[in-house]
Ligand binder design. Structure first.
Ligand SMILES: [Fe+2]
Length: 229
């Protein structure tokens, strides 16, 4: 199983602060059954202004630490893009986006404010050949009372990625209910950990194991491994 949404790269966003923590999270992911790991650090102009260069530097640093441990895992890296005005103007200026695999690109919305003109993001991405994957749609509380809007987003071309911890009380009852509803409606394409730190790892361990995760992926036809092709 591939986990393509996590913040294990050291020191470049609000995830692992150093390689020591990165390695703890990697070992935890492996125990949960994720044998392939693609990291997705935030790119948010205001708070985490990463670039392909900062991400590649962190990926190399982590790869060296992995090798020093005698482990054979290879880490790939893309990004999780915040859809905001800066993103849109960079996109329009044809700055290339980091892909998850194929032409897919991981994007997120603000938790606080519903994005305006969501159509322009998906339109602009798609005319440039990218396929947007929306991270944790269940965590955007402003859509909870407007379930049909999720269908609208899918119609615009967004694929949906579930945060596995959303199926537990970790992010709150409302998020859990939204995740269960989207899952039952067959609206998720992928499921990932969005692992930032050891609290996430402990919560994942408390609720999931390898067998349970595999059953979930099979039952809901989650296609993470398509991104390895
Ligand atoms: Fe994330």
């Amino acid at each position: 199983m591939l986990d393509f949404h996590n913040h294990i790269l050291p020191g470049i966003d609000d995830g692992a602060p150093d390689t020591e923590q990165s390695l703890i999270l990697i070992r935890g992911l492996q125990e949960l059954g994720f044998d392939r790991i693609h990291a997705s650090p935030h790119i948010i102009a205001d708070t985490h202004p990463n670039s392909p260069k900062t991400i590649e530097a962190a990926r190399q640093k982590l790869s060296q630490a992995i090798e020093a441990q005698g482990m054979t895992l290879s880490i790939h890296a893309a990004a999780e893009y915040m859809l905001d005005d800066v993103f849109l103007s960079n996109l329009k200026a044809k700055q290339p986006l980091l892909r998850l695999g194929g032409d897919r690109v991981l994007v997120e919305f603000s938790y606080i404010q519903k994005p305006d003109h969501v159509e322009s993001y998906s339109f602009e991405m798609q005319i440039q050949g990218y396929e947007p994957v929306l991270a944790h749609p269940e965590r955007y509380g402003y859509y909870h009372r407007d379930f049909e809007y999720y269908e609208y987003l899918k119609g615009l071309g967004f694929e949906f990625q579930l945060n596995l911890l959303s199926l537990t009380p970790y992010y709150g009852r409302d998020v859990q209910k939204a995740a269960e509803r989207l899952l039952k409606a067959g609206m998720y394409d992928f499921a990932c950990t969005d692992m930032h730190h050891e609290r996430h790892l402990e919560a994942m361990r408390a609720h999931f194991d390898k067998g349970k995760l595999q059953d979930l992926f099979d039952k809901y036809e989650l296609k993470n491994d398509e991104l390895l092709a």
